[in-house]
Design a protein around this ligand. Sequence first.
Ligand code: PMP
Length: 361
Amino acid sequence: MSGIFNFCAGPAMLPHEVMIKAQQEFINWQDTGCSVMELSHRSKEFVALASQAEADLRQLLNIPENYKVLFCHGGGRGQFSAVPLNLLSKGKSADYIVSGSWSKAAAKEAAQYGDINILDITQEHTDSKSVLAPQDWQLNKAAAYVHFCPNETVDGIEIFDLPETHGVPIVADMSSTILSHEIDVTKFGLIYAGAQKNIGPSGLTLVIVREDLLGNAAKGTPAIMNYRLLAENDSMYNTPPTYAWYLAGLVFKWLKGIGGVAEIAKRNQAKAQLLYQYIDNSGFYYNNVVVEQRSLMNVPFWLQDESLNARFLAQAEQQGLLALKGHRMVGGMRASIYNAMPIEGVKALVAFMDKFAAEQS
Ligand code: PMP
């Protein structure tokens, strides 16, 4: 590695080993004489690759037989539309938990398609913010589903528990947390995630959906968003994002190789702890999320003296610490430390932050 660490929230860095492997295979994949991206999605070689990637993902997340895994187009926002189109049956409403900017956007999109009930769980305190814990969500027992976002990429808030829904399916936007720690898939009706953080490059979106939720798409649902149609066609109703699927497969192999989700979860804990601990003790930087709800993937932080922001970013970039600028809606800084970010990257960031702070005094 070149000593450059990319803290972008997405598209995010991919594991170095994966990039090297992709480079080696770029123009001649498995002696086909072609790049993977030049192969038909219906060729036996690609079909084998595709099902191996699915099998590896199933193993990593322990996905039961009665769940379909769909490899879709359209990103997280595509699913903001696809979920209500497929699951919000006539005469029912859906609960949308709003914990930050992405869940708010999901609710806004869903409202175009049906009756939705918004539960704003955000809480602002004098110098911190939090969200209501799942046991305090006032859920509708007759809802078609409850939608929430376990990790708010912009706000840096993570919800680690699940609500008791008495059978109402839980739908989770896991775009920025999937594969970062173990989950019990059986507790969910549907999980979706844009690939560009913990899975692979942008252009691919994963949907993991319980079989009994298929087959109720609203009239007018675009065919390429119809879960049942996608499932019946092994996600090849139309041409899937083949190269992104291939790269996702390499990422799954890499993750299995290092010990799977349990191992990466330990590493992610260690990385986040290092960074938050430094921020909290620095007196120079701060994070505004209550400790127990801090995201392990996206760490927003601010300089006490915001007039130093531009200098901080310029010097960080000179040091090879890239894409630390905070989201335009919240300002400040944000370090995204997804699965592919090694602890060395976080150590380099902390060392730089410390040096920068010392130089300003
Ligand atoms: N949900 C979450 C939690 C996200 O972080 C993002 C993108 N950062 C999206 C949805 C939207 O994803 P996309 O840009 O792939 O539509």
